[in-house]
Design a protein around this ligand. Sequence first.
Ligand SMILES: C[S@@+](CC[C@H](N)C(=O)[O-])C[C@H]1O[C@@H](n2cnc3c(N)ncnc32)[C@H](O)[C@@H]1O
Ligand code: SF4
Ligand code: SF4
Length: 381
Amino acid sequence: MMAPSGPLHALTPEPSKCLKAIHSLCDPVLNANTIANPKSRKKYKYLNFANALIRGRIAHNTPFVRVIPTDLCNLKCSYCFQRSDDPFQMSKEQFSAYLKKAKEHHIGMMTFLGGEPMIWPHLDYAIAEATRANVITDITTNGTRLNAESVDRLGRAGLDFLNISVDGLTTTEVSSKTSVVVKKELLDHLKKAKEKYGMQFRVNSVIHKNNFEEIKQLIEFSKEHEVPISLGYVVPHSHGDHIADPAMYFTKDDTAQLNEIISHIIAKKRAGYPIIDPEEYFTGMHKFLKRENFWSCNYPTRYGWVNITPRGEIRSCTKKMDVMPGFTFLGLTQTKIKALKETLEPMVKTCNKNCYSNCAFDSYFYRTHKVEAMKKLLGIR
Ligand SMILES: C[S@@+](CC[C@H](N)C(=O)[O-])C[C@H]1O[C@@H](n2cnc3c(N)ncnc32)[C@H](O)[C@@H]1O
Ligand code: SF4
Ligand code: SF4
């Protein structure tokens, strides 16, 4: 048979495209995990987010929910405060019940953490379901499972923010998170997904006493490729089976080394490098090490971030591995959410002394420094 030509050819779809279309109609998994045009959803997500923030201010709701679908991880970073060998993973049905409950309490944003969220088999489905509910989604991953295919799947599911943890260009005993800086082709896939699906991405790195040279290279990488980078000091944790070498943590005797690191980061930031955290986070480390009371974490108390464990319990903070007695996510009512915030308030005052989380500090800082927040929004700082 002759191949169609002329006007008829223009109307005849390519066989490969037909097959893809038929495949997607017949494949329920592909459909369940794929949103037709994720970019077009953004405006509804931001409207829903604004509504969630307002409702979170006037009543006890859950505008921000963090899902910890598994505590397992395929890596063993020695400093990690958030991993266990408990093999229990959240089921798809459990997740759907939590999303339904979160919608009743006017959720605006859902983040996925771990352990490693990308080893959870229902991640794409969960992101797609949240997208269908007009909920902004965000994941933090160690990057080991990122490749052309998985990046495209996350984009198709409607993921809004992808945070890739990278600690250096080489694998060490402390951390083997090198993904995007070593596998350069990943950057192209990420840029494509940003363009096609509106999936933003950034790099998160930890600073400890022995990785300043790597941090310098990561900062250059961020500038060269225009990838925003968030830098957080490693802080000791007091649980788990993988206690890190105490020599990696800064102490108040490390003033000279810290000053060198801080000056370098601030100089780069002032030169326009895309470093996310405010200067005050870096300089504040001296105060933290002297145990000064200079910042107050507002995670659980301001709007009420709620962290769901793989079993549907509530964890007081993602930096801990605890469970809040008397609370479950499905058991939350407005009264229970109020009681949860009241229970968390004194707990945070205690853990705040030992914690210097950059994301918690940044949230506190921009809430209490409105001019700086405005400058950041306008791209001046
Ligand atoms: C616990 S991990 C979970 C998600 C994923 N496995 C990852 O590594 O991105 C979330 C973030 O916490 C950071 N983190 C873990 N332990 C830390 C510590 N003791 N101090 C500071 N940051 C830490 C990791 O580097 C990562 O960026
Ligand atoms: S920091 Fe992330 S990648 Fe490293 S062990 Fe912890 S959970 Fe795993
Ligand atoms: S101070 Fe740190 S450990 Fe305590 S609630 Fe805030 S982020 Fe979590």
